[in-house]
Design a protein around this ligand. Structure first.
Ligand SMILES: [Ca+2]
Ligand SMILES: [Ca+2]
Ligand SMILES: [Ca+2]
Length: 293
């Protein structure tokens, strides 16, 4: 009786854990929000990059990144997650930048940056140009030079100087150094051309009010959108030095702070320990009562 109760309890444990994993793993949580594009970056061979979004486009590795590199090691990614190690040499060509540009849009991405940036590495760019007075839907996410005073910058335009200051905000290094070689989750929401309406949720925390204007003008090369590089085939000095993992893009949609936090939490898979313990305890107690009766 004790043995069968233990078997039942362990079967219950397995079913509870697998049920929770099926519901809340990170990629499934992303898909539940119907992204326009979703790249898990789980490829282990160089070539096509799978897009499981609602409007998939052909994406290709470019330059010389390492594919099949270690991915985000959190439980919400399972045990076989891979990432793309850009390695200062390559990334992903997403296709025409105009297909990755809308006035309101959201990018959710995992990245790992070891520092040592020279002139500004792109983890995402649509290479759309917006100068002073423009309404083009430029969007870039940039790892900055450590001496700049910011550890990351996000731009909705490229002018330098910006008049008025509507194009670039950064994460002050004194507030947070995201180039610490750890995996970070960022959700950046472009709420129109004015960068002052940007919303950034980093590792589940809304840091929008901590962002400050930067003075740099983040330029463009060519007309394609990319992950991890600025120019086609990684042919520029703006290649990301670290890794990137699961990346999703929503066009014409601003994720809410709560949705961004929900994604981050899905990666952690808060184990249903208390629920599991209650169920196991109930099963054991039930068997004990039967034995005693
Ligand atoms: Ca992955
Ligand atoms: Ca616009
Ligand atoms: Ca670099």
């Amino acid at each position: 009786m004790v043995q069968s109760a233990a078997i039942f309890a362990s079967a219950l444990l397995v079913s509870v854990l697998s049920a929770s994993a099926a519901i809340v793993d990170y990629p499934s949580a992303v898909d539940a929000l119907h992204p326009t594009h979703h790249y898990r970056l789980d490829e282990t061979t160089f070539g096509a990059v799978t897009d499981t979004g609602t409007n998939p486009l052909a994406a290709m590795h470019e330059g010389a990144p390492e594919v099949g590199a270690p991915g985000v090691p959190l439980e919400g990614f399972g045990s076989t997650n891979y990432a793309l190690f850009d390695n200062d040499a390559g990334g992903v060509n997403l296709g025409p930048g105009s297909s990755f540009a809308s006035n309101v849009m959201t990018v959710a991405m995992w990245f790992q940056a070891p520092g040592g940036v020279q002139v500004g590495d792109r983890i995402f760019t649509n290479n759309i140009v917006r100068l002073n007075g423009g309404t083009e839907d430029s969007f870039q996410m940039v790892m900055t030079n450590g001496a700049s005073g910011w550890s990351m910058a996000i731009a909705t335009g490229n002018e330098n100087p910006q008049t008025p200051e509507t194009m670039q905000l950064g994460i002050p290094s004194s507030f947070l150094n995201v180039q610490d070689n750890q995996w970070h989750h960022i959700v950046a929401v472009r709420n129109g051309d004015d960068i002052m309406d940007l919303v950034v949720v980093l590792d589940g925390v809304d840091i929008t009010s901590n962002l400050t204007p930067t003075s740099a003008g983040w330029g463009t090369t060519g007309s394609n959108a990319h992950l991890g590089v600025r120019a086609d085939n990684g042919a520029s000095e703006h290649n990301h030095t670290g890794s990137i993992d699961d990346t999703a893009i929503w066009l014409n949609r601003a994720l809410t702070v709560e949705e961004a936090q929900g994604l981050y939490n899905a990666a952690q898979i808060p184990e249903p320990a208390s629920v599991t313990c209650l169920l196991v305890a109930a099963a054991l107690a039930g068997s004990r009562r039967r034995r005693e009766s």
